[in-house]
Design a protein around this ligand. Sequence first.
Ligand code: TRP
Length: 314
Amino acid sequence: MTEKKRLLTGLQSSGALHIGNYFGSIKPFVDMYEGYESFLMVADYHALTSLKDPKLVQECIYNSVKDFVAAGVDPSKAVIFKQSDVQEHTELAWIFDCLVTVPFLELGHAYKDKVAKGLEANAGLFTYPMLMAADILLYDTVIVPVGEDQRQHIEYAREAAAKFNNTYGQTFIEPKEHIVKAVGTIPGTDGKKMSKSYGNTIPLFGTKEEIQKAVMSIVTDSSGQKPENVYAIHKLFRTEAELETLYAENAGKYKNLKDALVEDIENVIGPMREKRNSISNDDVKKILADGAAKAKAVASAKMEDVRQKVGVAI
Ligand code: TRP
């Protein structure tokens, strides 16, 4: 039996999910994670770089776990845990902080963007890439599925691994990013890329009424027989062959086509919404407690080696 390679990714919730998030990043992840020994980490300490409201921090933790489990991650097939439960993450981050230079961290996109906007970055945001490097490297992670915006952070993790290995001897694996991509852009209700900031989204766990409202708001122009913006979203839920018949039968009947789209969306996300509603906060706590024990076992063994190598273990 060949051992599965280790995969780790981190979740930093950015509010209510929409179907663009689902088809663009969550579904591709759900489709791949079982092929690896997967670790899914709620990045709650990373969240503190921007969130200062404790209630909101807690909510984000619950929501992240519920979202991913409802969308198809089986807690018995992946280790789901939160960063703050495994103190080795912040501990290792400190050691990396002592290896990398300030000019190196000053090249970080997240930090640079903040400064470019004339805003003050906290020190946590500045050293964010070293905490993320620790998240990844503690587990001898081989592959890190992330969005394109996180590519640089994986480079930082490789650098941290190389710096440590050069200084103290071979200890960490240099991980590779796996850029999670949808097949093409997911269009929103106005035909542009679906994005919270454009206000053109269809909520992933919304009620049927909310889906209906979003679908009815899809922009159509009356010039053709086929409403392109409706079709573009419909393609996510049905094959083009199926759609060809439906759209031919309903040529020019935009209302019928929108109704059909509502039904098709509902068939896919209805069960996910139900699943999400069935997961209690206590269920989340249980999932995270199980995950923490498993993650801790791996991370503490690695950290013992690190403490030996840097000389603090006497
Ligand atoms: N920075 C990532 C994001 O914003 C979240 C994250 C934290 C992460 N630690 C990680 C992703 C480790 C992959 C691996 O999406």
